[in-house]
Design a protein around this ligand. Structure first.
Ligand SMILES: C[S@@+](CC[C@H](N)C(=O)[O-])C[C@H]1O[C@@H](n2cnc3c(N)ncnc32)[C@H](O)[C@@H]1O
Length: 239
């Protein structure tokens, strides 16, 4: 597959790659309302807000804001200034026309465009469930870094990349992978298949990816790079 991007517009060569959610703005707004839908309320938003910390008095930028419910919560929680942007004009229209926009400065533009935005101005940049729609992570993160005050935070949520691989492996999309495999989230001592004894007698600890990254973070080892090597050809056949 061609991976060249047309400059600046996120379109893969020969593919209409529109990441805007403008065509579903109204329906998305009905699902999210002013609090987020069930999965946002129960799964996605709690860690986002925990990591964002106390926003009272803070200057916040909500990137890919959709109908703006995260921004409105930031205002309710006492943020001093809230900026919000989305690539979709329809989403921003919905956000402005159906809810009070007091305290929120909305704009329509691609998340990787930063013209006119003040460097070193923000305490917090949030990006809820939108980073996986961005074609150029380097431009995005570089720009966000420039916007942040020293010590500021960039907090984002995204689909777990393994989700789509798992869907493909089981050939089904109407399955809640985490509910089906909830052991994944449980840190525990376990026994697994031992390639040498050919029995389930290999003692190990089973942990989600977050356990390793969080242990590093708690101890001053800030994540700089994560590698996800591909399983070598034939490896699975040897097990
Ligand atoms: C799944 S929605 C999330 C919206 C909101 N953050 C929330 O939590 O409800 C993704 C949003 O990202 C926006 N989006 C997609 N591509 C974008 C881009 N390149 N720049 C800015 N926003 C983008 C979409 O229009 C959509 O509103």
């Amino acid at each position: 597959m061609a991976t060249d991007m047309d400059e600046g517009n996120g379109k893969e060569a020969g593919v209409d790659f529109d990441t805007s959610w403008g065509s579903v703005a109204s329906g998305y707004n009905e699902s999210m309302g002013d609090t987020g839908d069930y999965s946002h309320q129960n799964t996605i938003d709690p860690p986002l807000f925990e990591l964002a910390g106390d926003v009272a008095g803070k200057v916040v930028y909500d990137v890919g804001c959709g109908n703006g419910y995260i921004s409105r919560r930031m205002v309710r929680e006492g943020a001093r200034e809230v900026w919000a942007s989305d690539i979709s004009e329809e989403m921003i229209d919905v956000a402005k026309s159906r809810y009070p926009s007091t305290g929120i400065s909305y704009s329509v533009h691609d998340a990787a465009r930063f013209d006119g935005m003040p460097d070193g101005h923000f305490d917090l940049v949030v990006m809820n469930m939108a980073i996986h729609l961005m074609p150029d992570l380097n431009a995005l993160t570089k720009g966000i870094h420039a916007l942040l005050k020293p010590g500021g935070r960039f907090v984002f949520s995204t689909d777990h990349p393994l989700r789509y691989v798992a869907y493909k492996a089981i050939d089904a999309y109407d399955v809640d992978i985490v509910a089906e495999c909830e052991d994944y989230l449980v840190e525990r001592a376990t026994q697994t298949f031992n390639a040498w004894t050919k029995r389930e007698d290999l003692n190990m600890y089973s942990r989600p990816l977050s356990a390793y990254l969080n242990a590093c973070g708690r101890n001053g080892l800030y994540v700089q790079e994560v590698r996800e090597p591909k399983t070598g050809p034939g490896l699975l056949k040897t097990l």
